[in-house]
Design a protein around this ligand. Structure first.
Ligand SMILES: Nc1ncnc2c1ncn2[C@@H]1O[C@H](COP(=O)(O)OP(=O)(O)O)[C@@H](O)[C@H]1O
Ligand SMILES: CC(C)(COP(=O)(O)O)[C@@H](O)C(=O)NCCC(=O)O
Ligand SMILES: [K+]
Length: 249
């Protein structure tokens, strides 16, 4: 069995594959290293041959997780590393090592699935957009605060914006102007994300006409998917790229 991990700024997404390229036999989202080890230890019949991971966390933090996995399961861990070029995609950053590895892997996955120009939009702690031309050249991208950051900035920098998770969830049943604080904030931030998406689409159209594929990924992709019915919603896009960047042969 193979363990795959996507360590974002807020959550660790994990899944276990029976063998390379197969469908996941178990998966989850956890908030800490400890919760990850506990979730895995609770799986009946777990026998890990290999592990591959991508992390946008500090290297000390990532190393700690790697050691914990080795200690708990005796598994060899491969970590995705930055590259100037891979699978036909050319990293467009001035300093290729500075491009977030989750963005890079999602781009590799998107370009492979699209076999052409694509716009990759990821909605996690941050919201990101990346543009890859039909010849594989990454034109660059954009980073802005995602839903968790927008919401928390409002909570921590105002006196009177306070509401619970249940109110937040109820607020998103529709997007009409809010009549409670929870509705006003949750819907307002959702509309910011949708505005971001529409702007990226406009830019992509100015480059490529209608000849491009849009990918949506990340934990909050559902919040914007209505705004881009033509997009492909691929929650595991980073894992598609991870398998390409860390082949286990
Ligand atoms: N099953 C889930 N578990 C945790 N968070 C989720 C889940 N589904 C959606 N989310 C939302 O996804 C967002 C985090 O997205 P994610 O892609 O995991 O971020 P990151 O990669 O930055 O850690 C949060 O706003 C969270 O509320
Ligand atoms: C932009 C990000 C913070 C997104 O992280 P996430 O929201 O997925 O946790 C991450 O890709 C990152 O730390 N990138 C390095 C900076 C850059 O890509 O320019
Ligand atoms: K991410």
């Amino acid at each position: 069995m193979i363990l795959e991990l996507d360590c974002g700024n807020s959550f660790i997404k994990w899944r276990v594959l029976e063998s390379d390229q197969a469908k996941a036999c178990a998966e989850g989202v956890v908030g800490s290293d400890l919760a990850l080890i506990e979730s895995l230890a609770a799986l009946p019949g777990l026998s890990l041959a290999r592990c591959r991971l991508v992390s946008v966390r500090a290297s000390e933090e990532t190393n700690k997780l790697v050691e914990a996995l080795q200690g708990a399961f005796g598994v060899v861990v491969s970590c995705a590393v930055p590259a100037r070029e891979m699978a036909g995609v050319r990293n467009g950053y001035q300093d290729f090592e500075r491009l977030g590895l989750d963005r890079w892997l999602a781009m590799l996955g998107g370009f492979k699935l699209a076999s052409g120009a694509c716009l990759v939009l990821d909605f996690g702690t941050a919201a990101t957009a990346d543009f890859i031309a039909a010849d594989g050249q990454h034109l660059g991208g954009f980073i802005c605060p995602g839903m968790p950051l927008m919401r928390n900035q409002l909570r921590t920098h105002t006196r009177k914006i306070r509401y619970d998770d249940a109110a937040a969830e109820r607020a998103l049943e529709r997007l009409s102007p809010g009549r409670t604080t929870a509705e006003a904030v949750e819907r307002g931030c959702t509309l910011m994300l949708r505005g971001f998406v529409l702007t990226q689409l406009e830019l992509a159209r100015s480059y490529w006409g209608d000849d491009f594929t849009v990918f949506l990924t990340g934990g909050d992709a559902d919040l914007v998917s209505d705004a881009v019915p033509q997009a492909r919603l691929i929650p595991d896009l980073v894992f598609v790229g991870l398998a390409m960047a860390c082949p286990l042969s």
